[in-house]
Structure formats: structure tokens, C-alpha cells
Design a protein around this ligand. Structure first.
Ligand code: PBG
Length: 337
């Protein structure tokens, strides 16, 4: 029952956006973006051994695992429909050197993992990281000469690293090093070795970010990294430069491009997607994962809702998909929904 006063307070509105939000079925009907399991790429951390599993303390719920356990987890993720995984090795510190020699070893941790995954889960895409940081004694993505990360010498090692990974069965080569000209060099090295069908997902706009801290714990470079990566990763203040970087990588043969980190750079993802209309991925990096988990563990955020909302944001910004440590969990939540 409405009294006179209430009805006279009624606004003469023709448009009432709330009408479409009145019930769940209606909200579903007008929903503009959806997260699907096919949007998820799962980054995993590898260690040597068998049956080995170590917690990454700055990333609650994330582990470094030996190849056998990694393969088992990936078989499970594949069954949930996760389309691809990205491999990151924690190399034995004794094997790291100035030249990143192990990056070119066809039996290194990543190559062995690649072969094992392809055998156990042939239908999941395997993405390998091209960069030297898991292999250098100084923790940089390139070769250090004096104070400088030398570009062109690094690129020739990266191209050989990419071929080594392709031989091990990698489906997608993902250079995360930010050297100039590496995509073109990798494309021609792959092609000349007969790997025309191996894709390249370039970390095209990768920023020098504070949000990579927990990842460096995971691969064991946080203590060894000498200085910072600002002379090759992008300045967080820049936007137009990201578009130039993406344009260069596409011209050189990138099949897909990535923006990294994710949530603090949604504007970049949006501009890249709108400008190039190429497959555009976001990397929800380790620090973003750590922030959500830390707040949730304190009871300050609803963990599952925060995870799913953060992932949906990438779709809304225009991303084709997301690299996220939440991938297996999100896949399960999507299936339950
Ligand atoms: C380095 C690399 C980094 C990440 C992926 N590849 C860190 C860095 O540039 O130091 C970060 C991923 C994350 O933080 O989750 N090649």
C-alpha cells in the first residue's frame, strides 16, 4: 500500500536502468561479458626432483613442484578445460652462470617438463618462457656486460633458447625479456628449423613493476637480482610507448600479444585490444595474486568473489584471455556456477 505522499514522490522516468537488474535471469540476459574456462592460462613453477612440492610463501596456495606432480596437476586442469599452461623453472643456483648456459640445454627442467606434459596431456597448449633470468647468476633477463644488459647479443641467445624449447615440444614461445628485435629473430630462427607452426605470444608491453616480487621468490631470483630491470622493461608512466611496442612485435611476427601486469594496466589492455584487434592477453601477475590472497586471508575480502571479479575485469577491458595463478581454481568455480 502506498500512501499519497509516496506516490507523489514518484519520478517521471522513462528510463529506469534498474529494471534490467531486478532478477538473476534478467541480469544474465543483459550480461555483456563472460569469463569462460577457455580464457585461462595457468602459469606453473617447476623444481627438480620427484614428488617434490614447496610452498611459495609470498603466494599462498601456489607451489613449486617437480615434473611428476606438475604433470598430474596439469592433467587435472586439462580435464577442467584449461586450454594452456605456462612453464617457469626454478633452476638449481649452482647451475646459474653469467651466460645462462642452461637456457640452451635440451635437457633442462623446462624442456623435460615440456616433453612430459605433451605425453601425458597432449591436448593442452604448452607455453614456454623465453628470457634468461631463471638461468643467469645475476637474475637479469639478458646478458650483462659491465653495467649494461646487451641487446643484440642477448637476442641471439634468446633465438637459440626458443628453438631449444620448440624441439622439446613447446606450442607457444613467449618471450618475456623485452629486448628489441627479439620477436623477429625468434620467428626466423623457428622458421629456419622447421617450426613454422610454433606460435609466438610476446610480452609486448611489459612494465618494470613492483608486482613481480613474489614471482622472483618463486623462481629464486629476488636475492640475486643485481639492480633493477628499468633499462629494458617499460616505464609505468607510459601508454603510447605500449602501442609502439605492440606494433613492432606484430610486424615481426607475434601471433598474440600480452600486457603485463594486469589489473593496474587495464587501460593499456583496452587500448591495445581496440587499436590492433589481435589476440591480446593480460598477465595477472604474482603480486596481484598475493594482494588478493593476503586480503582474503585477513578476512578483508570475499576470496572467491574477488578472484572472479578480478578475472572478469580483463574480459571487460578487451582481453582475449588471462594468465593467472588462479586458473585451476577459477576453472572449478566456473564449472560449479
Ligand atoms: C621474467 C619474468 C617475470 C615474470 C614473468 N617472467 C618477472 C620479471 O620480469 O622479473 C613475472 C610474473 C609474475 O610476477 O607473476 N622473465
Amino acid at each position: 500500500m502506498m500512501d499519497r505522499e509516496t506516490s507523489s514522490a514518484r519520478l517521471p522516468l522513462v528510463q529506469r536502468p534498474r529494471r534490467n537488474r531486478k532478477s538473476d535471469w534478467s541480469r544474465r540476459l543483459v550480461r555483456e561479458n563472460r569469463l569462460d574456462v577457455s580464457d585461462l592460462i595457468w602459469p606453473v613453477f617447476l623444481i627438480e626432483g620427484e614428488g617434490c612440492r614447496e610452498a611459495v610463501s609470498s603466494m599462498p596456495g601456489v607451489y613449486r613442484q617437480s615434473i611428476d606432480l606438475t604433470v598430474a596437476a596439469i592433467v587435472e586442469a586439462a580435464a577442467f578445460g584449461v586450454p594452456a599452461v605456462a612453464l617457469f623453472p626454478n633452476t638449481d643456483p649452482a647451475l646459474r652462470d653469467e651466460k645462462a648456459s642452461v637456457a640452451l640445454d635440451p635437457d633442462n627442467l623446462v624442456c623435460r617438463a615440456c616433453r612430459a606434459i605433451k605425453e601425458a596431456a597432449p591436448d593442452i597448449g604448452v607455453i614456454t618462457d623465453v628470457a634468461l633470468d631463471p638461468y643467469t647468476s645475476h637474475g637479469h633477463d639478458g646478458l650483462l656486460v659491465g653495467e649494461e644488459i646487451v641487446n643484440d647479443e642477448t637476442v641471439s641467445v634468446l633465438a637459440r633458447q626458443a628453438v631449444t624449447q620448440a624441439r622439446a615440444g613447446a606450442d607457444i614461445i613467449a618471450p618475456s625479456d623485452m629486448m628489441d628485435g627479439r620477436v623477429g629473430a625468434i620467428r626466423s630462427a623457428l622458421d629456419s628449423e622447421g617450426f613454422q607452426n610454433v606460435q609466438i605470444m610476446s610480452y609486448a608491453a611489459k612494465y618494470a613493476s613492483a608486482f613481480y616480487g613474489p614471482f622472483r621468490d618463486a623462481i629464486g631470483t629476488s636475492k640475486t637480482l643485481r639492480g633493477d630491470k628499468r633499462a629494458y622493461q617499460m616505464d609505468p608512466a607510459n601508454t603510447d610507448e605500449a602501442l609502439r611496442e605492440v606494433a613492432l612485435d606484430l610486424e615481426q611476427g607475434a601471433d598474440m600479444v600480452m600486457v603485463k601486469p594486469g589489473m593496474p594496466y587495464l587501460d593499456i589492455i583496452h587500448r591495445v585490444a581496440e587499436t590492433f584487434h589481435a589476440p591480446t592477453f593480460a598477465y595477472q601477475v604474482s603480486g596481484e595474486y598475493a594482494m588478493i590472497m593476503a586480503a582474503a586471508q585477513n578476512g578483508w575480502l570475499d576470496e572467491e568473489r574477488a578472484i572472479m571479479e578480478s578475472l572478469l575485469a580483463f574480459k571487460r577491458a578487451g582481453a582475449s584471455g588471462v594468465l593467472t595463478y588462479f586458473a585451476p581454481r577459477a576453472a572449478r568455480l566456473l564449472q560449479e556456477a
